[in-house]
Design a protein around this ligand. Structure first.
Ligand SMILES: NC(=O)c1ccc[n+]([C@@H]2O[C@H](COP(=O)([O-])OP(=O)(O)OC[C@H]3O[C@@H](n4cnc5c(N)ncnc54)[C@H](OP(=O)(O)O)[C@@H]3O)[C@@H](O)[C@H]2O)c1
Length: 242
């Protein structure tokens, strides 16, 4: 009964998921739609898997082009958003060390992983109201400071550390408006992103199925409140930074 009541209470929220074409973002769209939320899937181009879900899709949002991100505001209309989830990300500099890292690629990682998030939040801010939530999908390897002292992956880790800082700043700024912000680390997940790093021999495989991870991330979103705003959590809810 409690489960049913919880589901009914949580149902029919309007939630935008950015990076919805594949991977964790796609799984989040599926998990949210399955329990009756009104999901808006935001992407460059809908994949066949996304189209199959039959949810409203906003296409044409290229995160390296802030002009297309601004269009999101109009595409979403005037109705408020209960939640915004930013799951888009790229990890393309994992093969370089400081001598070889391609700084153009590093800039691209910042654009998608960090600046895109800022541009998206700017675009949808007028739709976020008291009680709305923002979930930023980050990575544990984006920890700043001494924790970061292991080999390589400069652009990904630096840009995610910057995303984390954005999340902390945003939580502080939006708190007086009653909007909660959470950074969440999905952990190794079996998606194209992880597979590319595994195929390059940089990390062992064994990522969790995206569906399972999405279900946990939705729990983190459910639990998020103004009291916990500004936290950085692993998928199981354990604090990444105590
Ligand atoms: N998988 C893991 O093990 C893992 C671990 C820790 C953190 N994460 C984080 O989880 C999030 C999701 O990752 P994932 O594993 O699901 O990756 P993924 O399967 O590679 O999916 C990445 C998503 O980002 C979108 N994207 C990339 N570049 C874009 C651009 N320029 N404009 C618009 N959209 C763009 C992709 O859209 P297109 O289809 O259009 O390219 C796709 O929807 C990322 O933030 C990642 O850093 C993943």
């Amino acid at each position: 009964l409690l489960k049913k009541r919880r589901a009914a209470m949580a149902a029919r929220r309007r939630i935008a998921v950015v990076g919805a074409s594949r991977g964790i973002g796609l799984a989040l769209v599926e998990a949210l739609a399955e329990r009756g939320e009104r999901v808006v899937a935001v992407c460059r181009r809908a994949s066949a898997e996304l189209a199959e879900l039959g949810v409203p899709v906003v296409e044409g949002v290229e995160l390296t082009d802030t002009a297309t991100v601004a269009v999101l505001r109009d595409a979403l209309g005037d109705e408020s958003l209960d939640a915004l989830i930013y799951s888009a990300g790229i990890n393309i500099t994992f093969d370089g060390d400081v001598e070889t890292v391609d700084v153009e690629q590093l800039a691209l990682e910042y654009q998608v992983n960090t600046i895109g998030a800022v541009a998206v939040v700017q675009a949808v801010l007028p739709l976020l109201v008291e009680g709305s939530k923002v979930l930023l999908v980050t990575t544990g390897s984006g920890a700043a400071g001494r924790n970061a002292r292991s080999a390589g992956n400069y652009g990904y880790r630096m840009s995610k550390a910057a995303l984390n800082t954005f999340g902390f700043l945003l939580a502080g700024e939006l708190e007086p408006r009653g909007i909660a912000v959470l950074l969440v680390t999905p952990g190794p997940t079996d998606t194209d992103m992880l597979r590319a790093v595994v195929d390059a021999g940089r990390t062992p495989g064994g990522g969790a199925p995206p569906r399972d991870v999405a279900r946990l991330l939705v729990q983190r979103l459910d639990e998020l409140s103004l009291e916990t705003s500004g936290s950085w959590l692993a998928r199981d809810g354990a604090p990444v930074l105590a």
